[in-house]
Design a protein around this ligand. Sequence first.
Ligand code: BGC
Length: 732
Amino acid sequence: MRKITIIALSLLFATTLFAQKKTKTPLYKDSKQPIEKRVNDLISRMTLEEKVLQLNQLTLGRNDNANNMADPVNDIPAGIGSLIYFSSNPDLRNQVQKKAMEHSRLGIPILFGYDVIHGYRTMYPISLAQACSWNPKLVEEACSVAAQEARMSGVDWTFSPMIDVARDARWGRVSEGYGEDPYTNSVFCVASVKGYQGDDLSNPKKIAACLKHYIGYGASEAGRDYVYTEISRQTLWDTYMPPYQAGVEAGVATLMSSFNDINGTPGTANQYILREILKERWQHDGFVVSDWGAIQQLRSQGVAADKKEAAFKAFTAGVEMDMMNDCYNKHLAELVEEGKVPQALVDDAVKRILRLKFRLGLFETPYTPASTEKERFLLPQSLQIAEQLAEESIVMLKNEGSTLPLTNISKIAVVGPMAKSNWHLLGSWRAQGKSDDAVTLFAGLENEFKNKVQLSYAQGCNFDGEDRSGFESVLTLAKGADAVIVCLGEKAQWSGENASRSTLSLPQIQEDLVAELKKAGKPIILLLSSGRPLELVRLEKQSDAMLQIWQPGIAGGNPIAGILSGRINPSGKLSITFPYSTGQIPIYYNHRQSARPHQGKYQDIPSTPLYEFGHGLSYTTFEYSDITLSADKINRGDKLIAEVTVKNTGDMDGAETVHWFVRDPVSTISRPIKELKFFDKLMIRKGETKVFRFEIDPIRDLGFVDGEGKRFLESGEYWVMVKDKKVSLTIN
Ligand code: BGC
């Protein structure tokens, strides 16, 4: 009897234990556990097939990217790692997420990504323009709004910022980055990563960021897209790497590998860049996603015979997620089973992806809460940032005889193909942006000059083509006006991905329109909208004033009209050089010294650009003092303060950006003639004086990197420069 009781009790105990074990919440689902423990627990439960699925990204919704056409993906597996989410309605996401949470064996949430580049619904100026504001705080705020709009719409992850230093403006993607300078790209990279991610990715208004395109895509030969790039190790480190290093140090969650072939090894299969530098040296614990179709493209680039070899090369180099290639899902498991890809490498890759999902809080909050578009989009504060950023990114290139602001006039003729377009003001990558949200240039002028000035309008010509039939009527219009505003520029689709141009000139018809209008003898003001610097040498001669308005986003015409009326004092300065002509490309301010600086000039054109990096006029005048230093001889470990005093000597309040450059005149490795190391923008009221201060950390600001990325600082003389002022100092 006793024996039976013992057996019965033991059986009961065992069954209870078993039942408990069965129902016990697995550790990875316990939000109180540290993320690394949860990741390790989850991975220990996964099969190889489940792991491989996590490494793939497919699309969901209507693909709105003309460069990346693909059949809609049906039958999305419940265990998929990530989806590109083309809808702005969280419902679709939630439905698919439900499948992942309830029908995949382990309930791993899907990560939803999207190209939120310069705004989600509230469209901001393109990134190249944003950099002309020299206001990283404002850019951070804009990215923060983009994050809020995107996350509330079902997007967890943006493929932004693009921080490819670009020095050939024929390349259409120059519009997507922050210009030609490594430091500028670094500063705006950090600002946007902070804006998107904040301090806590599980915040329902933040998203994960992605630095792209790692690396050297901006060096595309002759400005053509997707082609070969020749980048020496030295240039790689001193020019292309700094923004990426800054972004990784700022805690960016992910990176996207680049399409371009770098010296014979494409970015998608580049061990040195991806594994040695990013993962081993910089210890990045996030993941790398391939660019769209880039793994299978290793075949076209001539380094892989088939998709299986492409999968092997990309994966072992360090690309963890396959964006629309069909390479990892088809071949990775097989490569592991054949012993070609170590299981440990697969585990490492999956862990990186899971880590982000945990950090985003997706296991706890997989679904996007319902909200109305009104609660998400175009909030007053978001619109205010759009207006402010557009205002600060506009650059006044020319203002002969104080043509601007337009005061004491009663009639303005508004002319040109850009005047009434809202579509082109948004630029490329408009996410969920709608052209109807954008204020046209003409509407902006109407808002500004209502009841004060009579506005008349005629288009005159199209963006391109030969039709000059509208010229006569615009000339009549111009003759009857006190000033002529000519709205010219590039169509939005002339820049962005796969949108290179062979020249930076505007089409002949637009130049001819200005020549025709000139006959009226009235002041000519050009508003130039483009996604790249333009060749303006001929237009410059025909005009009295020129505003580079870029692709300003939805605020569009309002801030521009505010500048024209004098309500706003322009403060933007160029983040990229405007060459004298396309033939000067590549031209950038921080070039190396020539063996014969006084020779080597072009025979047919000047050798200097039309408008330098940093150029930008104001309605007021600023007087700079000499630069003072807290010491002119220091030891390498010491810090140093440089100061310059700027006085607003004009009669309007204005913001001024001071750019601090350094130069090492003699170094073991030849260095650029000027390197931007710091900038600061301050509002200076009329008659007021402000002190601009640059705290110099010699290793960081005067040192340089060698061809392996090792920073060094040599003893000797250095220069610190602001505008035409220069002081020298010695490092012992
Ligand atoms: C572009 C990337 C983009 C990706 C996804 C690619 O063609 O190069 O910048 O993030 O598509 O849309």
